[in-house]
Design a protein around this ligand. Structure first.
Ligand code: 6GU
Length: 238
């Protein structure tokens, strides 16, 4: 998968050299490139923002640098044969976007080209989204109902969630199956040795060797935990 990131803080993404995503980049499973939005400004001050039409607090990111930066990536991507012929997907992290979920991470893991545009300030001029949605694919995506200063940290989270679902990135694909959210429920609690620690025992059923009983206990724990912590995830009872 090829991933392009546009940001005014390229240094944010140096951490993507490490851990699982770093390894996936080294092995060629992920081709990740970070672009500085300011390289696509044409004024002496390299300005990327201006005051909002209609007034109000804060600054809005100007459309021209975004247009030029995205054009440059799109023409570069089109020179490289892709695994599928789907157009690149443009993703803009935004608290006004649709909610990022495990299901969306799975969908994105099936793409061959993702382009992330990290906005700052009060957001990006709406015409950037409207322009690229005419001929391309654009999604605004939110991590949750809170506000970050910019899209960089959100993009990092999305890349980690998507990257680990790309075949070959996680060594043992079985470890992806029984995680929180994969079956719509929170995961069951896990234990390892020793069987007794600081007066706390591992639930005896896990030591029983009875695989049917263990599976039933884990399922029950998932349902109990989900009902207690995230009742919104359960299907409506009737
Ligand atoms: Cl994706 N961006 C920003 N700026 N704030 C957020 C967010 C994204 N998701 C939750 N809050």
């Amino acid at each position: 998968m090829r991933i392009d990131i546009i940001t005014i803080f390229p240094e944010f993404f140096s951490v993507l050299d490490v851990s699982l995503v770093g390894k996936a980049r080294q092995s060629g499973l992920i081709d990740l490139r970070v672009h500085n939005l300011r390289d696509h400004t044409h004024d002496r001050h390299h300005s990327v923002d201006d005051t909002p039409y209609g007034g109000g607090a804060g600054m809005v990111m100007k459309p021209e640098p975004w247009g030029d930066a995205i054009d440059a990536i799109l023409s570069d991507v089109q020179d490289v044969p892709a695994a599928t012929d789907a157009a690149p997907l443009l993703i803009f992290p935004s608290p006004a976007g649709e909610l990022f979920t495990q299901a969306m991470a799975r969908e994105l893991a099936g793409e061959s080209n993702l382009i992330f545009g990290c906005g700052r300030y009060e957001g990006i001029d709406q015409r950037v989204f409207d322009h690229f949605a005419v001929e391309g694919r654009v999604r605004l995506v939110s991590l949750g109902d809170y506000v970050l200063n910019g899209g960089e940290v959100a993009v990092m989270a999305m890349i980690e969630a998507v990257g680990r679902l790309i075949p070959g990135v996680v060594g043992n694909p079985e470890s992806l199956v029984e995680e929180s959210h994969e079956d719509g429920l929170l995961e069951y609690p896990s234990y390892t040795k020793p069987s007794a620690w600081r007066g706390l025992d591992v639930p005896p059923v896990l030591l029983s060797g009875n695989h049917g009983a263990i599976a039933a206990w884990r399922r029950e724990q998932q349902l109990e935990r989900t009902a207690r912590v995230r009742p919104d995830l359960l299907p409506p009872a009737n």
